[in-house]
Design a protein. Structure first.
Length: 97
């Protein structure tokens, strides 16, 4: 049996249909498959939605908005204890893709 990943990071695709798929269909799929944490990165709005598993489903825990993020802020996850990533670097790299 293949286990679900602990963390999935999804960068929103262009187009409303693609964004709806990422926000709805993939969220339900990952929740049903046992993913423990799901991030949706909206690089245009510089926003990150963080969903974590609660009572057997993924539930929105927080939304990091451009207005609440600061230069030098670091993303971490309890799913990956040694992981950290600069928010500045994330949006800079994603915006170039």
């Amino acid at each position: 049996m293949i286990e679900a990943p602990d963390l999935i990071v999804e960068v929103l695709s262009l187009g409303m249909n693609n964004q709806q798929r990422d926000r709805n269909l993939k969220l339900r799929l990952y929740s049903a498959q046992g993913v423990r944490e799901y991030w949706i990165v909206d690089w245009r709005a510089e926003k990150i939605e963080i969903y974590r598993r609660e009572s057997a489903q993924l539930v929105l825990q927080t939304t990091l908005l451009q207005t609440t993020l600061h230069r030098g802020d670091i993303l971490t996850s309890p799913m990956l204890p040694n992981f950290s990533y600069s928010i500045d670097r994330l949006f800079m790299q994603v915006g170039r893709s």
